[in-house]
Design a protein. Sequence first.
Length: 246
Amino acid sequence: MIERIMRCAGAIMLTAAVLQPSQAWAAKPKKPVVGVVVALNGKPQLQREGTAKWETLKMNGFVYENDTIKTGPNEQVAMAIMGGAEFRVNENSTYVMESGGGSRPARMMAKLGQAWTKLLHGRSQVEIRSNLAVCSVRGTEADVDVADRLTVKVYEGFVDVANSQGKQSLSAGQMTQVAAPGAAPQPPRAMGQGDYGTWQNNLKPSDLDKNLNRLNKEAERIRTLELNYKDKEGKDKKVKMKMEKK
């Protein structure tokens, strides 16, 4: 796909060079979108990939591939994810939003802290990675907490927890832990009443359907490769090419 786009781009660039050899072209590929912010408590921070700057997350703002989300004390954020899931991050947490999913699971890297995910339709999947294990959410609702150990709780549906030492499959009402790096996931056990978390209820997402529609439009927009150039009269011109969907 990329090769086909580059061949097409090269042909257009060559034509422009014949018309105006001195003018340079600039290609502006855009990063795929992962999600959109639908609820905030406090002022969680966002770091764009490739930058050292942290900025304050904004309601209805887009998050793109490999952006990092960070929350401090009493801060939380909820996002609608491209592949059809809701993703909430608790206080004192850091997550890298690797992919929004779609034909493949959405992927997040948990550096620290707690996240809650709810799948919005049967086709969506979420994969949360950490240095302790990979959690593959195949059902509806789950909670993942990463600190010196990994704790996974399943409220609805199913979650697979796996690393090089083994794999455990959890169903609704079960939880497991990975006690340390290099340790195998513990056998699932039934959750007690005190194991069920409520922190995620502090977030009140707004306009979820509307924001999912905005996500789809943003995804279409960034599939466009935009080439800028000046014609022989010095006027700015643009050529847009749609990238093929996988």
